[in-house]
Design a protein around this ligand. Structure first.
Ligand SMILES: *[C@@H]1O[C@H](CO)[C@@H](O)[C@H](O)[C@H]1NC(C)=O
Ligand SMILES: *[C@@H]1O[C@H](CO)[C@@H](O)[C@H](O)[C@H]1NC(C)=O
Ligand SMILES: *[C@@H]1O[C@H](CO)[C@@H](O)[C@H](O)[C@H]1NC(C)=O
Ligand SMILES: *[C@@H]1O[C@H](CO)[C@@H](O)[C@H](O)[C@H]1NC(C)=O
Length: 460
């Protein structure tokens, strides 16, 4: 307050001088004499002696009254997102940090030196605020020997590039469709609120827009937006000013979709389609075995692309695809075993199964005969032995596929066995085919449910 009153008096006293010199009264120090005589700077260059008093003070915070806090306004431009490491939970980015503060010991009259309003000064000769990023995890790799601009009204503008390795709580559950929200907290290491206050030099939307313009790297991460909050940090009895920036970034998933999801989807589709290979030919189990092997190799190769820690949804998806393949392989093995057993020594069919099977087949036939030849169908009792191969060929996808395959030897034999063999063998054969198609539908149902669950989770 006393300072203010004093400057008011000073203002009144040297009003005339001020008008003559055309110095703005609001500029710091303008009510006093300028403390740097810049005469001749435009003719002979900057005189180091004129700044010597300022340089000698660089060890101390530049204030006249020590109870007045220095206001440091900061902003930054995010110029690159270099790496996001989910294993050690670290975000590596590159920032251009701008800081502006005032030094009341610097003021000169630009009129005296040909309109010279700013001078660049080596930063090591000036007091610098110790602003750092709380999340910092690495040594500061800021290049040394930077310069700062010193303005005639005492403002100092200091910009520095910074490679920031900061801890960030990364959640990779939705990988590769994940978004991350990393915090960069600017704060002073030493000065409490009564010595140093932080302010914004630019608005956050300006920072975001500038960063979007500057980030030219079409890397893996895309900048979504930047938000800020300004809570004070209490440490024991001291209170520190800080500004938190929330940097929201999103992964570009294309690489992972092309390299992980699409091949995996193809393999699982082939696995589903391989149900159309006739089970009697004995080709299906080896085929599925090969597919399973191929999928394992694929997973091994693509393991590097997955985040090394945590369990993302995509790992669940892969495990699901693998288990579907294993299940369908087991089904093929089981049915091959069953068919083999029937061909060598058919066990007696339980009566309940037989009656169920007969009823089912009759139902099938009735539906079919109603559609095609109304009223002129043969006796339903004879149906299982005579007509069934035709009916089954229409129902089970494998049989029609086999005929297209042009491998008559393998398919014809079991069919003939079915038509000529004893009734139990025929019934068992039909049972296998029905079981196969039932399990196929079950497999499809399970696959559809699981995949749609995962897709819904990914979209949420
Ligand atoms: C310094 O500033 C404080 C608070 O603004 C004020 O109370 C005090 O009088 C000032 N000291 C001088 C010498 O002006
Ligand atoms: C600045 O210095 C020059 C000599 O270098 C001197 O002639 C001039 O009077 C000084 N101006 C002020 C305001 O002290
Ligand atoms: C810092 O920002 C505040 C308000 O945003 C402003 O009043 C002050 O003059 C600025 N200080 C500097 C040194 O730019
Ligand atoms: C990031 O997290 C902070 C709190 O942790 C929240 O306030 C902010 O809105 C989040 N930003 C985005 C873009 O989700």
């Amino acid at each position: 307050m006393g300072e203010r009153q004093h400057s008011k008096q000073g203002f009144l006293l040297c009003l005339i001088f001020c008008v003559l010199l055309q110095g703005s009264p609001s500029q710091p120090g303008s009510s006093h004499a300028y403390n740097i005589n810049c005469t001749g700077f435009d003719l002979y260059g900057v005189d180091p002696a004129a700044f010597q008093a300022v340089f000698d003070r660089k060890a101390f915070r530049p204030v006249i009254n020590n109870s007045i806090p220095t206001q440091v306004n900061i902003s930054f431009t995010l110029s690159a997102i270099l790496d996001v490491d989910a294993q050690i939970q670290v975000l590596t980015s590159f920032l251009w940090v701008n800081m502006i503060w005032e030094n009341p010991f610097i003021s000169w009259n630009p009129e005296e030196c040909g309109g010279l309003s700013k001078i660049s000064v080596s930063a090591k000769n000036l007091w610098l605020p110790d602003i750092f990023i709380i999340e910092f995890m690495d040594v500061d790799q800021t290049p040394t020997s930077l310069s700062a601009y010193v303005y005639s009204n005492g403002r100092i503008k200091y910009d520095k590039p910074m490679k920031v390795t900061s801890i960030c709580n990364l959640d990779i559950f939705y990988f590769p469709f994940d978004q991350q929200n990393c915090t960069l907290t600017f704060s002073s290491f030493l000065y409490t609120v009564d010595s140093l206050l932080l302010g914004m030099e630019k608005e956050v939307w300006e920072i975001t827009d500038n960063s979007r313009d500057v980030i030219r790297t079409q890397g893996e991460w895309e900048l979504l937006g930047i938000n800020k909050a300004t809570p004070k940090l209490a440490m024991g009895s001291s209170l520190y000013d800080q500004i938190m920036f929330y940097v929201a970034i999103r992964r570009r998933p294309r690489l992972y979709v092309i390299n992980l999801l699409v091949p995996s989807g193809f393999l699982i589709a082939i696995d589903a389609l391989s149900f159309f290979l006739p089970i009697e030919s004995g080709n299906r189990a080896p085929f599925k075995m090969t597919l399973l092997l191929g999928y394992t190799v694929f997973l091994l190769m693509m393991n590097d692309l997955l985040p090394a820690s945590g369990t993302p949804l995509i790992s669940v998806y892969f495990a699901l695809c693998l288990s579907l393949m294993v299940l369908s392989l087991l089904e093929a093995v089981f049915l091959t075993y069953l068919l083999n057993l029937i061909a060598t020594e058919p066990p007696a069919m339980p009566p309940w199964l037989q009656s169920l099977l007969l009823r089912y087949l009759r139902g099938c036939y009735n539906k079919r005969s109603q559609k095609e030849t109304r009223g002129s169908g043969p006796d339903p009792i004879h149906l299982p032995g005579l007509m069934e191969p035709v009916v089954m060929a229409a129902r089970v996808p494998g049989s029609s596929e086999a005929r297209l395959n042009g491998d008559p030897g393998s398919t014809r034999v079991p069919l003939e066995q079915q038509t000529q063999g004893p009734p139990t063998v025929n019934l068992w054969g039909k049972f296998c085919l029905i079981l196969d198609s039932m399990l196929f539908w079950l497999y499809l149902l399970f696959m559809a449910t699981a995949l749609s669950t995962i897709i819904v989770l990914w979209n949420s």
